[in-house]
Design a protein around this ligand. Sequence first.
Ligand code: GLP
Length: 241
Amino acid sequence: MINLIKVKDYEEASDKAFEVMKKFIEPGKVLGLATGSTPLGLYQRMVKDHKENGTSYKQIKSFNLDEYVGLPITHPESYYAFMHRNLFDHIDIPEENTHVPSGLGEDLEAQARHYDEMIAESPVDVQLLGIGSDGHIAFNEPGTAFDSGTHVTDLAESTIKDNCRFFDNDITKVPTQAVTQGIGTIMKAKSILLIATGANKAQAVKDMIEGPIDEKCPASILQKHPDVTVIVDEAAASLLK
Ligand code: GLP
């Protein structure tokens, strides 16, 4: 069941997302975290709330969705570095409680299986998601099996182009593969919070909410999840009936 919340713009979407997220920031909870420009406003609000109200993350665990293959964690565009720069370094979550899949190693598939095992031991209470312009969630591109676990994947051409802006607008610098939680992994989260803003997400939002449940739009599987909140701004909602 998708609970759709329409707001005006990015700032309001971030406010609303923080309102939802805040309920999960308590001892023992497991947060599923995401990267991209979409969650930045939410992360700023989490940091502000931690600094001003002392909300603590000491007894919270986190699991991130994905990571580029081949980028060392010291690379500023690695999702590990992104999470530290935008959230972890500004709150009191212990480093050992945070998990970002590794895109480096001898046997990425074995590491991916281990990642799923860790999540199975600490089920995610709320999974934060953005959406790709092609309807992808995490790095599950169109055609990914709905029951997939964490795995290595090739990025779609459109995703490589979308993410070019983070790599000096040089397409040759964008990694072409990633490790990603599978759709099956994501669907195990008890609640899901997806934020979509901007006109370039309008078609993906329409397909996710009004389209058939089809692997062509990975996010459409969320229609089957029992507890999903989708926050959209006016631009992202512009194609909805
Ligand atoms: C990447 C990430 C996704 C994210 C998407 C949208 O592909 N792997 O998790 O949702 O980008 O990014 P943005 O929020 O910058 O539009």
